[in-house]
Ligand binder design. Sequence first.
Ligand code: PEP
Ligand code: MG
Length: 594
Amino acid sequence: MFNGIAASKGVAIGKAYILDSSKFCVVKHQLEPGKVDAEVRRLRDAIEQSKAQMQEIKKRASKVADKYAVILDTYTLLLEDEILVSDTIDRIRKDGINAEWALTQTLEKFGKLFSNINDEYLKGKKDDLDLVVQGILRNLIGHNQESLSEIEEPVVVVAHSLSASDTLMMPKSFVLGLATEVGGKTSHLGIFASALGIPAVVGVKGITEEANTGDLVVIDGIDGQILVNPSEKLLVQYKKKQDNYRRYEIKLLQDIHEPAETKDGTKIKILANIESAHEIKSLRKFGAEGVGLYRTEFLYMGSVTLPSEQELYENFKKVAQGSAPHPAIIRTLDIGMDKNPHFLNREDENNPALGLRGIRLSLAYPKLFISQLKAILRASLYGNLKILYPMISCVEEIRQANEFLQLAKNQLQEEEIPSHHEIEVGAMIETPAAAICIERILQEVDFVSIGTNDLIQYILAVDRINENVAHLYQPFHPAVLKTLKSIFNVAETAGKTVSICGELGGDPLATMLLLGLGKIDELSMEPHAIPKVKKILRKITLNEARKVADHALTLNSPEEVNRFIVAEMKSRFPADFNQNLDFEENSKSTAKTI
Ligand code: PEP
Ligand code: MG
């Protein structure tokens, strides 16, 4: 049994197809005198070829999933990266060596820099860089990639790594499952596989050495495991797990359009988090009642230049129309920290999570901010749009942001551009300062949305993307629960809408606890998470949830809360929190009384 990271849910069983993605051999040779300029041109041509290939791949990718196409933009940006190119050209000129060798040396240099950094996000960037360089090398050498398009029967693809073009070449109907040695939770492969419903496990060290083409392989994308040539007994068990998981998924989607209402009549609105306008299509499929968080930064991240007001307007118009009659909450730009578009050309910060990010950056770049606000006001003619300010830490920031909003309205009026000016404004509660001063914040806004991803990071002083402290990132920490309870209580007294749009809101394990902590109006989450959360809400009463939350609040450590919640949810919902092989609905609840 091999352990990896579950990247796309489900179980796949089939014959292995090992992709020999071993890197081709690059040799060093000295250039003949006078051939340096030609060699530099050869490198530039190969990069241009890679860019054209990437454009082609992107066109196909957006048909698979828009989020996937956005990821490919990072590859394009790497191809545009002058540091990579100029470093390689310098080597060609200085050492008089061939482009292939110079490029490999550059990759090695950057690889060393990356390997000294313990950050999952940056490690992912190293994989991206590797894939991009392999593509350029292939063009320089004229080496064609082993093609997955030749697969002619259903297989489980096992590879060291899969590039974006590898995945797009695959005949999807023949790919039962995917396993790779590299990759983390946020790798492009997981997003690709989830969009297509193909089970996948990534980060499985040594799997290409242990498995051979033709071996029988089980990919367990639920628990992140891989079996090679399993015993008959295990195979029967995994076939059952596969069947049960399929049935479980179908059942979850059956009553997806029913409202999320507890047995005793408490209604919670369930909305979707989206990162691109195209995802609006998935709202109906997963029964979302609008968009609770549109992360607009991906519009900027994927672009080499600043998107124009007109481009933003057209994008927001799609979102407004697509979610109507339900609302769509557009979060203004939340760049900074791990997301920095190239065109801003910003200096590195020592503590980017505490730096110029979110609303701070928008207030520092008024033109950028106003153009986004104008686009939202124009698009709100086509639906019910609301504005959400990220990373608020004091009322003054909201006031300043609202001044810019007024300026945007005035400009639109002067320009005689049709727009809708009655728009609700909300603040994200994701800093301890905002949580502590919630009463004041609520006086300035129509609603608040709790960004638990950041709120947890800042309350616990634990970097959300640093794997060295990942074990300390504990959403069930008593400090987090107490903070949430206090926000809910104050918002209820103020009569203002409160929602959660961080990952915790879409974690079914937390659903009962959150409901019991106080009055929540809305939960916004990844569309895929909606069915399970809705199911849980429909099976509980507010009173039961309150008891669970009250008990959790008496516990002293995150571990105690975690143990209690896991045991409680497993016993109430055995089918949904099952770590063993059956996934069968158990009609008898074995819920404990607290
Ligand atoms: C959050 O911080 O919880 C949130 C929703 O914002 P993001 O994950 O985009 O920082
Ligand atoms: Mg955040």
